[in-house]
Write a protein that binds this ligand. Structure first.
Ligand SMILES: Nc1nc2c(ncn2[C@@H]2O[C@H](COP(=O)(O)OP(=O)(O)O)[C@@H](O)[C@H]2O)c(=O)[nH]1
Ligand SMILES: [Mg+2]
Length: 337
């Protein structure tokens, strides 16, 4: 008999240079410290040098330079072609994922001898048309979701949320990805740019139709160097964009632009879906907050716990009831620094 084993993960998207690859690297280290086995998937063919070791790397399937040369395409067109190619060769991704899950099952064991639970991180390209109107990436996501019925974990010893299973059960994987849309916080410096970014986020949420969080990256820089008219909380909560519209000059030359910006701000507010979680990759507390946001979005049940309870639960869920106390203290030190 089969039963279902939820496997959580993140699809990390956002414009080029917003910090996706850095975030994946940091989040992977963080999750591993918490006892999870991370499957890192790079689907950005423009990521030449990766700071992490990718479990599955699109460059093994297709490279941007080959596409640009053979198809006579520029970097942008070449990249879209690569994602189209990934979509039409989805079996390659499915097989890679099953292999990675099998490897975790037979390899990584926690201190109690149980296989640790996989966690999936997908690092994506920076072409925002892939998230706002292009269909290839959305098709890849749809196929990933339907993969849930095809991927399996043979061992029954993987910890479930409170459930135990007998050893001859085969578990079907239920992939639960949350989209993490990372946006550079320097856009907070310009009211109309920030409204445009918020509109893009809304467009992405509507287009991808999956659990979603928005993240403002590099807040360490904005807090140190940039002069924004309002505090970080104002931008993160996106409560009243009219304050931003008021900042646009009353010059008659800009009258139509101001009116249009006001209309767009109204659309964002009417949907009332946009908020941002601040992130500084060197600050463990902000990284944990993003993780909590993901958990809340994709239905993992830890969201309302404080940091200490959260860490204890993560250790318990990864099957390591007798986690090393030194590891736990180290993590808390990081959090409280
Ligand atoms: N100060 C600061 N820099 C960051 C942060 N996150 C990423 N970066 C830098 O932003 C640049 C682009 O990051 P990268 O991860 O390659 O962006 P990607 O194109 O979205 O994958 C790199 O130089 C990173 O070191 C952050 O939280 N704070
Ligand atoms: Mg990158």
């Amino acid at each position: 008999m089969n039963n279902i084993n939820p496997v959580f993960g993140q699809l990390v998207i956002g414009p080029a240079g917003s910090g996706k690859t850095t975030y994946c690297d940091v989040m992977a280290k963080y999750l591993r410290q918490l006892g999870r086995s991370v499957i890192l998937i790079n689907i950005d063919p423009a990521n030449d040098v990766l700071p992490y070791e990718a479990t599955i790397d699109i460059s093994k399937l297709i490279t941007l330079s080959d596409v640009m040369e053979t198809m006579s395409l520029g970097p942008n067109g070449g990249l879209l072609y690569c994602i189209d190619y990934l979509n039409s060769n989805f079996d390659w991704l499915r097989d890679g994922l099953q292999k990675a899950i099998d490897a975790i099952e037979s390899g990584d064991k926690d201190s109690s001898g149980k296989p640790s639970i996989p966690y999936i991180l997908v690092d994506s390209p920076g072409q925002i048309e892939l998230y706002t109107n292009h269909s290839s990436l959305k098709n890849v996501l749809t196929k990933l979701n339907s993969l849930s019925k095809q991927l399996t974990i043979n061992s029954s010893d993987v910890a479930t949320n409170g459930g135990s299973a007998s050893s001859d059960h085969q578990k079907i994987i239920d992939l639960r990805l949350v989209c993490v849309n990372i946006v550079d916080s320097h856009y907070c410096n310009d009211p109309s740019k920030f409204i445009s970014v918020a509109l893009n986020c809304l467009n992405t949420m509507i287009h991808l139709e999956m659990p979603h969080i928005n993240v403002l990256s590099k807040v360490d820089i904005i807090q140190k160097y940039a002069k924004s008219d309002f505090g970080l909380d104002f931008y993160c909560e996106v409560l009243d964009l009219n304050y931003l519209v008021d900042k646009i000059s009353d010059d008659p030359f800009l009258a139509k632009f101001k009116k249009l910006t006001k209309g767009l701000a109204g659309i964002i507010e009417d949907y009332s879906l946009i908020s941002f979680i601040p992130l500084d990759v060197n600050n463990a507390k902000t990284v944990l907050n993003v993780l909590k946001g993901c958990d809340r979005a994709n239905g993992f049940y830890l969201s309302d716990l404080d940091e200490e309870q959260l860490i204890q639960k993560y250790f318990r869920d990864s099957g390591s009831a007798n986690f090393e106390s030194s590891k736990y203290d180290e993590l808390l030190d990081n959090l409280h620094e």
